[in-house]
Design a protein around this ligand. Structure first.
Ligand SMILES: Cc1cc2nc3c(=O)[nH]c(=O)nc-3n(C[C@H](O)[C@H](O)[C@H](O)COP(=O)(O)OP(=O)(O)OC[C@H]3O[C@@H](n4cnc5c(N)ncnc54)[C@H](O)[C@@H]3O)c2cc1C
Ligand code: SF4
Length: 316
């Protein structure tokens, strides 16, 4: 690990300014992703601004009838919150399907949204990787690609966004709130938050250097039944090969987003409208134009079967 300096921020705007004015500074929250990457020198910040004392650790009702989740609320506390469990069950189910209890105790809401890909070549500094070193190439293309993306990928990078919580937030149409070093805030719908890789896969999201996430807002509850189906190689402590987050109403209408298949939680609103016609109709529309490799083509029928299982349970 490279040497770095460290400060514990007391003020959000000052924290944002400290990172905005130093291109090699980063925020740190739970540290469960960033420290791993620093130990293997994939991330090499020279300065860390710890945001854990900023007080963004509450879940509060909004005047619109939704909930505002502080950026520092841990995954454990978010999943266990009584209102989240009652009204946003898909979120609790997605969170508890991820990582382990110990990790969820440390992991923050903001850090979870910003976790980096799990592509093994990204983690191996002996291999070329456009995301780690822009312009160096992509070892996964033509290499081992069983776990990687089938849609929204590019000739520069075929990695996926690995998280679970964000897939549920996409179904719920969450909005990410930020503040910058000038004190300016902005609200980013989760649909626009994670980027498709294009030819700049080194940038995972639309956040600017020094833009601090303060909260995630959920609109008022959708009702219906909530599901999170995660298909993975091991029963626990493994990332999704495919995941399905869905809210299904009693008349068979609803919303669905997929994880493990793209650089971002994948939801196509026109595909939602096909839910009453069954899983195959939905995935045919949602994955129109998919470009899987021979190693990961299995993910497309797997997504259909995972959604079919959800719809069968919803009917039952
Ligand atoms: C072994 C293992 C298994 C895992 N399995 C899963 C899994 O199955 N599913 C899953 O979804 N996740 C999984 N995870 C990932 C885990 O959920 C993330 O590591 C965690 O959510 C990151 O949160 P953190 O607070 O620790 O972030 P950190 O590591 O502190 O930060 C992550 C990134 O977010 C930035 N950041 C943090 N807070 C802010 C903020 N407020 N504003 C702007 N930027 C910020 C940091 O600069 C950094 O770039 C796993 C992790 C491990 C180590
Ligand atoms: S898929 Fe993306 S993260 Fe993986 S090696 Fe290629 S460029 Fe790097």
């Amino acid at each position: 690990m490279r040497a770095f300096t460290y400060e514990r921020a007391k003020d959000a705007v000052a924290a944002a300014r400290a990172v905005a004015t130093n291109p090699s500074a980063k925020f740190i929250a739970g540290g469960t992703n960033l420290l791993d990457l620093m130990k293997i020198e994939v991330e090499v910040p020279t300065h860390l601004v710890d945001v854990q004392d900023l007080g963004f650790d509450k879940i509060e009702a909004t005047p619109e009838g939704g909930l505002r989740i502080g950026a520092l609320v841990t995954n454990t506390n978010l999943a266990a919150d009584a209102l989240i469990r009652r009204d946003y069950g898909v979120l609790t189910r997605a969170i508890v399907a991820g990582a382990s209890g110990q990790l969820r105790n440390k992991a923050s809401t903001a850090g979870n949204l910003l976790q980096r890909t799990r592509c093994p070549y990204f983690y191996d500094t002996n291999m070329v990787c456009n995301k780690r070193k822009p312009g160096s190439g992509c070892a996964a293309i033509g290499g081992y690609s069983r776990q990687w993306g089938v849609i929204g990928i590019s000739e520069s990078c075929i990695a996926t966004f690995p998280g679970d919580m964000a897939v549920a937030m996409r179904v719920l149409d969450a909005v990410i709130e930020t503040i910058d070093g000038e004190g300016q805030s902005r609200s980013i719908p989760i649909a626009d938050f994670h980027r498709l890789w294009g030819d700049t896969p080194e940038r995972d999201t639309v956040l600017r250097q020094g833009e601090l996430i303060t909260a995630v807002t959920l609109p008022k509850p959708l009702g219906g039944r909530h599901f999170y189906e995660k298909v993975r190689d091991r029963a626990s402590y493994a990332y999704a090969l495919v995941s399905v987050a869905a809210v299904i109403q009693s008349d068979g209408t609803g919303r669905v987003a997929f994880g493990g298949l793209a650089p971002k939680p994948w939801r196509v609103e026109e595909a939602d409208a096909l839910l009453p016609r069954g899983a195959a109709a939905v995935t045919e529309r949602a994955f129109q134009g998919a470009t899987p490799t021979k190693d990961n083509a299995f993910k497309l029928p797997l997504a259909t079967r995972a959604l079919a299982a959800v719809l069968a349970e919803a009917k039952a």
